[in-house]
Design a protein around this ligand. Structure first.
Ligand code: TYD
Length: 131
């Protein structure tokens, strides 16, 4: 998780995402997930892409799996971003009605960068670890 800069005063809250020194990521694309319902999403990993997901309204759960272990992370604040590095299987679920998920990506959309089959992902992740 990364903390976004937060400036709060009587007028409201301001959250700032600026290129972090510790994250070598230039944003080339962002997308927004909205009108989410009880259908889970994700079910893929990326070979090269790094993303940062920020839940700017409501809440949801993101499951991350590196091929060895998995962890559920609840996103429910605009003050934190979840870094999703390459070769990380993700599944999103339990979206609140008002959930808005803003996702920053360091590359433009490329379907060839997706791994959409879990077994393929798992064997690739384990091969990469062995190198
Ligand atoms: P996908 O990444 O599979 O959605 P999720 O992981 O949220 O379940 O994307 C859904 C569809 O949208 C898929 O056909 C690819 C397309 N898409 C784009 O064309 N550009 C984009 O930047 C993204 C994220 C998806």
């Amino acid at each position: 998780m990364v903390d976004l800069n937060e400036i709060v005063d009587s007028r409201g809250s301001l959250h700032i995402f600026e290129r972090f020194d510790d994250i070598p990521m230039d944003v080339k694309r962002f997308y927004i997930l909205s009108n989410l319902n009880d259908e889970d999403r994700g079910f893929h990993a990326h070979k090269e892409l790094t993303q940062i997901a920020v839940c700017i309204s409501g809440s949801c759960i993101i499951k991350l799996d590196d091929g060895h272990k998995e962890i559920d992370i609840k996103l429910d604040t605009p003050s934190k971003g979840l870094i999703i590095r390459p070769m990380m299987w993700r599944e999103m679920r339990d979206f609140s009605k008002d959930c808005l998920l803003l996702v920053f990506a360091d590359e433009v959309y490329d379907e060839n960068d997706y791994i959409r089959n879990y077994e393929n992902f798992k064997s690739l992740a384990q091969k990469t670890d062995g190198q």
